[in-house]
Design a protein around this ligand. Structure first.
Ligand code: HEM
Length: 172
């Protein structure tokens, strides 16, 4: 297996993982905006894929870095090479801006799953006594934050895919 064979294997891993990643963000969108769901149901829909997220981030990073090293223009073996790829090719400049969207979706996905979703109610709301009403207000506030983070996450994924598509168009 030479470097080009490993590049093919890397793309065969990168593309399914980023597709699943975007699928998860779309599922988040349903989980946080679908009418008629209780907070506890939204919480469960956001939390179940935490293990996948912890596996997907290093896999996407590792394959992305290998594809960057083995890019179609010249082999990048140091940070200076990455800067040269960006300065000398549109592909390299697009990849630089794509990283921005990638870091955004990684950060927002971690924020939603590990910080905000655990704050959503873990018990179904039973009627509206004093304490429950306050909890409901907090839950609504948290839900608004999760909805905002999810919309930004969807936009970040779209940005990464549009830039990656433009990168690949450079190869034709
Ligand atoms: C959620 C995050 C990511 C998304 C949505 C994403 C999306 C994509 C897509 C759609 C492609 C095009 C595949 C093709 O048709 O060739 C691609 C290729 C690529 N990605 Fe990513 N990617 C992500 C993360 C990363 C990261 C973290 C890196 C770098 C560290 C990276 C570097 C690359 C490179 C170099 C290519 C190869 C393009 C080529 O030469 O064919 N990607 N990515």
């Amino acid at each position: 297996m030479d470097n080009q064979d490993w590049l093919l294997v890397s793309l065969w891993v990168h593309v399914p993982f980023i597709t699943a990643w975007i699928g998860l963000v779309m599922l988040d969108t349903v989980a946080v905006f679908a009418p008629g769901l209780e907070g506890v149901q939204r919480r469960r829909l956001l939390l179940w894929s935490r293990v996948f997220v912890l596996i997907a981030i290093p896999v996407i990073m590792a394959t992305g870095i290998w594809q960057t090293i083995e890019n179609p223009f010249f082999r990048v073996e140091a940070y200076s090479g990455l800067k040269e790829l960006r300065d000398r090719t549109l592909y390299g400049d697009l990849l630089f801006w794509k990283h921005g969207f990638v870091l955004a979706t990684f950060g927002l996905t971690i924020l939603v799953r590990f910080i905000l979703a655990p704050r959503l109610p873990s018990e179904p709301s039973m009627g509206m006594s004093g304490g429950a009403a306050t909890m409901e207000q907090t839950a609504t506030g948290t839900l608004r934050l999760v909805q905002l983070a999810t919309v930004l996450n969807l936009a970040s994924c779209l940005g990464a895919v549009l830039l990656a598509t433009r990168m690949v168009a450079e190869l034709h």
